[in-house]
Ligand binder design. Structure first.
Ligand code: BV8
Length: 232
């Protein structure tokens, strides 16, 4: 891979798998048990907010109980090492957990939002999630009752910070996808954008992803060992 200076890393649920957080599409994954179209859509929230909020409360409890693993730590070390030689590691995650931050990553772009933040659907204010938040809670900013939702991006909703992500992708000299099945767009399309820009690409995953053939290189195995080895 030569000596890249600007690495764009896209992470998915697979980097949090060894921290005990469910993935979506693996056997027994979250979506194998819950239908995302029934739970992770604005329509689902409008139709049955209690069920949707319960689903996210359940996942938030898992995140709070989880600890970052060696994959998260390897990204922090790489970020520090790159910065020390004038480079940059751009970390874009599809994950809504805060394990990258808790491992020490300084800048994390959550393109699918953050489970530990709440958004008021009346005024748009985003505030830290509080465990007592529920359907009858009032927005801390505007006081409107019963309009709070998790600050995550549901299917059919616009992912966050797309311009920032596209700029970072265009400036990268290496694209690495870690722990993602390549099933969800626009994230799954980034490897093809990198190829079109002649940026070398590598996937690090437990097994070949849905768009494995789009990558120049690949390392298969658990992220907690494959990623530190790749970034060493
Ligand atoms: C958009 C947040 C327009 C909430 C998530 C038809 C109808 C409606 C929409 C569409 C449609 N067709 C296409 C679309 C677009 C849609 C989409 O892509 N659908 C798919 C299902 C076909 N996308 C959207 O709706 C997006 N918005 O398109 O808006 C637009 C488009 C472009 C530009 C502007 C506007 C919004 C998508 C975001 C949805 N929100 N999550 C929540 O978390 O509840 S998606 C959800 O899936 C998570 O974010 C998750 O991160 C993401 C992707 O999954 P992965 O992270 O890849 O996880 P997965 O389980 O799939 O894979 C894990 C991988 O890890 C596996 O490969 C496994 O082998 C590996 N692994 C497991 N263990 C390990 C491991 N690897 C290493 N080590 C291990 N130990």
């Amino acid at each position: 891979m030569g000596d890249p200076k600007k690495i764009f890393v896209l992470t998915g649920a697979g980097v949090s798998a060894e921290s005990g957080l469910g993935t979506f599409r693996d056997r027994g994954g979250i979506w194998a048990r819950f239908d995302p179209m029934r739970l992770a859509t604005p329509e689902a929230y409008a139709a049955d907010p209690d069920t949707v909020l319960d689903f996210y409360d359940h996942r938030r409890r898992g995140v709070v109980a989880a600890e970052p693993n060696a994959a998260h730590v390897a990204l922090v070390r790489a970020e520090t090492r790159l910065a020390a030689r004038g480079g940059h590691l751009f970390l874009c995650t599809q994950n809504v957990d805060d394990l990258h931050e808790r491992a020490g990553s300084r800048t994390v772009v959550h393109m699918h939002g953050e489970l530990l933040k709440a958004r008021c659907t009346a005024c748009g204010a985003v505030t830290p999630w509080r465990d007592d938040l529920n359907r009858t809670s009032a927005c801390p900013a505007c006081g409107t009752v019963g309009r709070m939702r998790p600050d995550v991006v549901w299917f059919g909703e616009m992912p966050m910070q797309l311009d920032t992500i596209e700029d970072a992708l265009a400036a990268a000299d290496l694209f690495v996808a870690v722990g993602t099945s390549g099933a969800v767009y626009p994230a799954a399309g980034y490897v093809r954008q990198a190829r079109a820009l002649n940026i070398p690409t590598c996937e690090i995953n437990l097994e070949p992803s849905d768009n494995a053939e789009a990558f120049d290189d690949a390392r298969y195995g658990p992220a907690s060992t494959a990623l530190p080895r790749f970034l060493a």
